[in-house]
Design a protein around this ligand. Structure first.
Ligand SMILES: *Cc1c(COP(=O)(O)O)cnc(C)c1O
Length: 457
């Protein structure tokens, strides 16, 4: 088989500013060993997130110029609305400035004290909005999803036996909504099968519980279904996406992922009464219903991006990019999460830095070293992000110590990715020279964003 090439040409470029390992060591020390404090123009390859970092197409930029900024009734909104109705089959479309704004509106209405929200895995802002409303969020990912090196086709699936048990335990009347995250971002960008979506949907129906999809990466998930699930080989990705949405009562989406937009999100629902309640909140927190939290030009960029992301040449290249990097790392013996996910490659830092105990944050050590050695910015997803303390102040570590290399859409070429692999392999060869880290200052919540650290010894 020939190389799967980037299905685009480059019309406009952004320079990368090169710096040396010595300069980066100084910059990182000044950033308190927290890559979130780095200035992005000091980063050569930025894999911190795939959110809002996509390259827009020439059609999207043209759409930006077509954007109609009327306060009410903008044609840009109607194009946005029609595109989303076509893909989701949902009649009520509510634009918001990001995915979390859609979540905030939804859970202000559907959450609250005494309520439960069940999920495969809730993304952190989703969980944040659920808990802020007073409700409790519970993750019920399938067993394979808990083991980073066990290869299985749909590691994002929900454990349906656990779902039924949990509904019985808390009472169906107390479960305000079941949320399926596709692909499962916090679980490594692993996909959910159509079979699982259908099953969860019917369990919800039987119990009178609304079923929602957190659909930020709906196109990547649909492509995995086409490639991995029997009966979907010859369906178009759009048809698969439509079927996925057909099982849901509503969805929340961040347009900063699969919609190739730099900002935006929306909420879509079937129920008119719920839509009316959401719009009332929208007006006081985001804006009038035909623009929500967005400018007309953003609505255009999102509508065009949602069409482009369903193109199979793009999705083939996208999913192949993750596999390509994963294969190179596996061949060099680097421990990575398997199989490759849809938007990121995850290094298993516990194995990678097996000489550093978890209370010295091996994932952060690795993320920092990728920056010093190669100017690559990655994100620790381990005990720095999710660790808690027991009553004696001892660290309760996270289940996994991962470092995420999130790949922005349509931004980096194969040679950039080859370079990333070379740097990781070099850091792996010299890993035993690395020392652990300790925290010197941390906030009470979401500490990974603003924590300050130092090297031990
Ligand atoms: C990014 C993301 C969100 C939140 O969207 P924002 O636009 O960042 O507010 C919610 N769920 C998932 C799965 C995400 O990846």
């Amino acid at each position: 088989m020939k190389t799967i090439i980037e299905p685009f040409r480059i019309k406009s470029v952004e320079p990368i500013r090169f710096n040396t390992a010595e300069q980066r060591a100084v910059l990182l020390r000044k950033a308190h060993y927290n890559p979130f404090y780095l200035h992005s123009d000091d980063v050569m390859i930025d894999l911190l997130t795939d959110s809002g970092t996509s390259a827009m197409s020439s059609d999207q930029w043209a759409g930006i110029m077509h954007g109609d900024e009327s306060y009410a009734g903008s044609p840009s909104f109607f194009r946005f609305e029609k595109t989303i109705r076509d893909i989701t089959g949902m009649p009520f479309i509510i634009p918001t400035h990001q995915g979390r704004a859609a979540e905030k509106i939804l859970f202000s209405i559907m959450g609250g004290e005494g309520k439960y929200v069940l999920s495969n895995t809730l993304f952190d802002t989703t969980r944040g909005n659920i808990e802020f409303s007073g409700a409790v969020g519970i993750d019920l990912v399938c067993e394979e999803g808990k083991h980073p090196t066990v290869a299985a086709p749909f590691k994002g699936n929900m454990d349906t036996a656990a779902l039924i048990k949990e509904i019985e335990r808390v009472g169906a009347g107390n479960v305000s909504v079941v949320v399926m995250t596709v692909t499962n971002n916090s679980g490594g960008g692993q996909p959910v099968s159509m079979h699982n979506i259908r099953e969860v949907s019917s369990i919800c129906k039987a119990n009178g519980i609304p079923f929602f999809i957190d659909a930020c990466r709906f196109a990547e998930n649909s492509y995995f279904i086409k490639k991995r699930e029997a009966g979907y080989e010859s369906k178009s990705v759009e048809e698969i996406a439509q079927e996925m949405f057909s099982y849901a009562d509503g969805c929340t989406i961040s347009a900063k992922k699969d919609a190739f937009a730099n900002i935006g999100g929306f909420l879509a629902v079937h129920n008119e009464e719920l839509a009316a309640k959401c719009r009332n909140l929208l007006i006081i927190t985001e804006g009038f219903p035909t623009y929500g939290g967005l400018a007309g030009r953003d609505l255009e960029a999102i509508a065009i991006g949602l069409r482009e992301v369903l193109e199979e040449d793009y999705l083939q290249y996208r999913i192949r990019s993750m596999e390509y990097l994963t294969e190179k790392l596996v061949a060099a013996g680097v421990p990575v999460m398997l199989p490759a996910g849809g938007h990121a490659v995850y290094l298993d830092a516990k194995q990678f830095m097996d000489h550093i105990p978890v209370n010295q944050y091996p994932g952060q050590v690795l993320a920092c070293e990728l920056y010093v050695q190669g100017g690559i910015r990655a994100c620790e997803i381990g005990s720095l992000m999710f660790g808690k303390y027991d009553i004696d102040g001892k660290l309760i570590p996270a289940q996994l110590e991962l470092v995420r290399l999130a790949i922005p859409r349509r931004v980096y070429t194969q040679s950039h990715i080859d370079y990333v692999a070379e740097v990781i392999i070099e850091v792996f060869a010299n890993r035993h020279a690395q020392k652990g880290m300790r925290i010197i200052e941390e906030p009470p919540m979401m500490r990974h964003f603003t924590v300050k650290m130092e090297k031990i010894g």
